[in-house]
Design a protein around this ligand. Structure first.
Ligand code: SF4
Length: 276
């Protein structure tokens, strides 16, 4: 019998929101195609008749998926749902927060709390008119709804610096601020305490400075042990050498079928390196 595998769709683009037709086709045919992230070589995996796979779906808007979720019936699924404070110029094209929180509740109702992870990703800081702002304002409000849905884990990360993002905002009145490691801990520590008082375990995605805060753990967004527990499949626990291990990424091996070039995210997030 072939080992079960983890298919991730995707760290690199929002496939459930923008490439659902493609995802449905791959699932129907039990054949997954992607491009090697470094040399762009086309790759393909056809699942053997006796081979199982867990699908890990990442999105900021599961509305399209929820309308067509029947196509994924019978597949073990895990959802990474990114929900941050709505700031209209940061994420101008997302549905209202209340709709996305409703989506989260529907996912939990359909698949159970072990199959859904809330991500507050990324934490963004910017300066405007000489004042430092961040997008942590509604963290506690979102956390209360997420907790009411039965989730007790959250993954956090900070915005990464890319020259193209700084260029993108160079003609606007705002400047993104990239916090020093000390500042990161100072800004996030009070929020971490709020989350912890609500019963959340906080996991980081490649943010070693945040793990200096008491109780914050270095995370693994693809966690074979967690996926084994949620799916019942005996997944192999192997480190993923393709990820940023030097920055603390603890992910286990998976096949990520998204591609920056071929499935470019059509989202408009101002801080994102994956969009033009
Ligand atoms: S634009 Fe970037 S951050 Fe926004 S949804 Fe797409 S990949 Fe995610």
């Amino acid at each position: 019998m072939s080992d079960p595998v983890i298919i991730s769709a995707s760290r690199r683009t929002d496939m459930p929101r923008f490439y659902l037709d493609l995802l449905e086709r791959e699932v129907r045919q039990r054949r997954f195609r992607w491009h090697h992230p470094f040399n762009q070589r086309p790759m393909e995996l056809s699942l053997a008749p006796d081979q199982s796979a867990v699908l890990v779906l990442w999105s900021k808007d599961f509305g399209p998926y929820l309308r067509r979720r029947k196509a994924f019936e019978g597949w073990p699924l895990f959802f990474h749902f990114t929900i941050t404070t709505p700031v209209s110029f940061l994420e101008p094209d997302l549905p209202p927060l209340s709709h996305r929180l409703d989506q989260l509740e529907r996912l939990v109702a359909a698949y159970g709390p072990r199959a859904v992870r809330w991500r507050f990703d990324p934490i963004v800081c910017w300066e405007q008119g000489g004042v430092l702002h961040d997008n942590l304002g509604s963290l506690d409000v979102i956390a209360a709804r997420v907790a009411a849905a039965g989730l007790r884990d959250v993954t956090v990360s900070l915005m990464d610096r890319y020259r193209k993002i700084d260029r993108r905002v160079s003609s606007t009145p705002l400047t993104f601020r990239y916090l020093s490691e000390e500042e990161q801990a100072t800004v996030f520590a009070p929020r971490a305490r709020i989350l912890q008082s609500m019963g959340f375990t906080i996991h980081t995605c490649c943010e070693p400075a945040l793990t200096a805060i008491l109780g914050v753990r270095p995370g693994r967004c693809i966690d074979a042990e967690l996926l084994t527990a949620s799916s019942g499949l005996p997944l192999r626990v192997e480190p993923d050498g393709g990820q940023r291990r030097h920055q603390g990424c603890g992910c286990h091996r998976s096949i990520d079928i998204g591609c920056y070039a071929h499935h470019r995210c059509l989202g408009q997030c101002l801080y994102c390196y994956a969009r033009p």
